[in-house]
Design a protein around this ligand. Structure first.
Ligand code: HEC
Length: 157
């Protein structure tokens, strides 16, 4: 019966930790959707359909404005989400795209195309829950075509 007692103790500790971490709610990544002159939509020509795709599928991790659904407040999901946002923004921040050098912008555009073609973005752990952020084949083609167009323009500049 000793085993059962240990099991109960572990269960209670585990449950206690789960309850306690619910109180950990770090500052949210939200700028109320402000569009500063550095925002990618102010720096590049983006067709409406592509804007929509980026907004739905990418901005949550790659901009200063995350759209948090109610379940994102439940831990430990929130900790994971905040980690993705921090890492995502460090790699590519659409809200501050204009602060990148021309070379860096080109490089990021190229990376976007590659990530989309390889089906690496949005992260799978994310689309698993945020179903609507999953890209359709048409979405992918539209993004890749837009990137190609922007890259050609950059070469001419
Ligand atoms: C759930 C959060 C999340 C979403 C949503 C997301 N990303 Fe990412 N993205 C990340 C993280 C984290 C990294 C850095 C680590 C890695 O590469 O896996 C990253 C890396 C990248 C990189 C690589 C940047 C570089 O310089 O190497 C590109 C490009 C990118 N994402 C594009 C996109 C695009 C385009 C979308 C939308 C279609 C998107 N991401 C959606 C989290 C996300």
């Amino acid at each position: 019966m000793l085993r059962l007692r240990y099991f109960k103790i572990f269960f209670l500790i585990g449950f206690g930790v789960l309850v306690l971490i619910q109180f950990y709610q770090p500052a949210r990544n939200m700028d109320e959707g402000q569009v500063t002159p550095l925002h990618i939509t102010e720096v590049l020509d983006i067709p409406v359909n592509v804007r929509q795709i980026l907004q739905t599928s990418c901005y949550d991790c790659h901009s200063n404005n995350t759209n948090y659904p109610w379940y994102s407040y439940i831990q430990p999901g929130r900790i994971l989400m905040e980690y993705h946002i921090k890492e995502g923004k460090e790699n590519l921040n659409f809200s501050e795209f204009g602060s990148y050098s021309k070379r860096k912008q080109e490089n990021k555009l190229d990376r976007i195309s590659k990530q989309i073609k390889a089906n690496d973005m949005p992260l799978r752990s994310y689309t698993f829950i945020h179903r609507d952020s999953k890209l359709s084949e048409l979405d992918k083609i539209e993004i890749v075509n837009w990137v190609d167009k922007e890259m050609k323009k950059k070469v001419m500049e």
